[in-house]
Ligand binder design. Structure first.
Ligand SMILES: Nc1ncnc2c1ncn2[C@@H]1O[C@H](COP(=O)(O)OP(=O)(O)OP(=O)(O)O)[C@@H](O)[C@H]1O
Ligand SMILES: [Mg+2]
Length: 281
């Protein structure tokens, strides 16, 4: 079943001359994990905001086309209604902090209190996300005393605690070191395995290749392609769109080594290793 349907979506920010989103059409099935990639200013964040209704409800400007979540058109619903189904983690975690809560625990509890979750359920959900995002040890700290990485984990935790059907994550590990990024990706993958639909805007192509089912390539607001990581990263024109394939793909392209029986190049370490080990050098 299609969870998200986008039809001819166009959007221009107020005072801008160019379309930030230019005639996008695609569908996402329930439980899919979709990566959105593209160079800076390609429109990744704007597309994320259109999926949660901030475009056009918060950001005005010129809007055309349709976005449906569970068959309901985003334009005709309030942001509050949409947010019950779709959780969004913003590119900058600082913008997501309420600023009024004294501890990480209270910060995560805030959204749950707002939607009237009973106390025992609230405690269970908070314990779960503190453990999932590995921030148990900072639960009594002031949110503004956290490192960028801890704040990013807290922002993700507060959204996951709301149990959305769809999770939209805009570069959720930009403040994290490689080990922290890997932990957060593992947490996102475990949510994906529970059937949550995931939309992830990301610059870290190795992660996109490893975790995403399909990848949507944007350039100047236009959708160039939406396909499996293998097909997207094997495209010959990737660099023309300002995107570098995962390092494993680039090495294999250089060596002319493709996956057996296909025209695709390996996109993950495991795929590259298996192809290269089977090859006489
Ligand atoms: N609030 C805004 N007002 C006006 N123009 C904006 C606004 N936010 C983004 N834009 C413009 O819309 C276009 C798409 O930007 P967007 O932030 O969606 O790109 P992005 O792919 O997320 O880039 P990045 O990789 O840098 O995060 C860019 O040309 C950008 O300058
Ligand atoms: Mg962005």
């Amino acid at each position: 079943m299609n969870k998200i349907v986008v039809e001819g979506l166009k959007y221009k920010y107020p005072l801008s001359d160019t379309l930030a989103l230019d005639d996008l059409s695609f569908q996402v099935k329930e439980g899919e994990f979709i990566g959105i990639i593209g160079k800076n200013s390609a429109g990744k964040s704007t597309l994320c905001q259109a999926l949660v209704g901030l475009v056009p409800h918060f950001y005005k400007g010129a809007y055309g086309g349709k976005v449906f979540i569970d068959g309901l058109e985003v334009k005709n619903q309030t942001i509050a209604d949409i947010s019950l189904k779709v959780g969004m983690v913003f590119q900058n975690p600082f913008t997501q902090v309420t600023g009024s809560k004294m501890t990480v625990y209270e910060e995560i509890a805030f959204g749950l209190e707002n939607i009237g979750i009973p106390r025992s359920e609230m405690i269970a959900r908070i314990d779960y996300v503190l453990d999932l995002l590995k921030i148990e040890q900072v639960k009594d700290q002031n949110p503004f005393d956290l490192s960028g990485g801890q704040m990013q984990r807290m922002a993700i935790a507060s959204i996951i605690a709301m149990k959305p059907d769809i999770l939209v994550l805009d570069e959720p590990t930009s403040q994290l070191d490689p080990a922290g990024s890997e932990e957060v990706f593992q947490a996102i993958q475990s949510l994906s395995k529970q059937g949550i639909t995931i939309i992830l805007a990301e610059h870290k192509m190795e992660k996109v290749a490893l975790y995403c089912h399909r990848v949507l390539l944007l350039d100047d607001g236009k959708m160039v392609d939406i396909n499996t990581p293998g097909k997207i990263f094997s495209r010959g024109d990737l660099e023309q769109h300002g995107v570098a394939a995962p390092v494993y793909t680039r090495v294999c392209k250089e060596l002319g080594v493709r996956k057996a029986g296909t025209s695709e190049f390996p996109v993950t370490l495991a795929e590259a290793e298996s192809v290269l080990r089977g090859r006489k050098i």
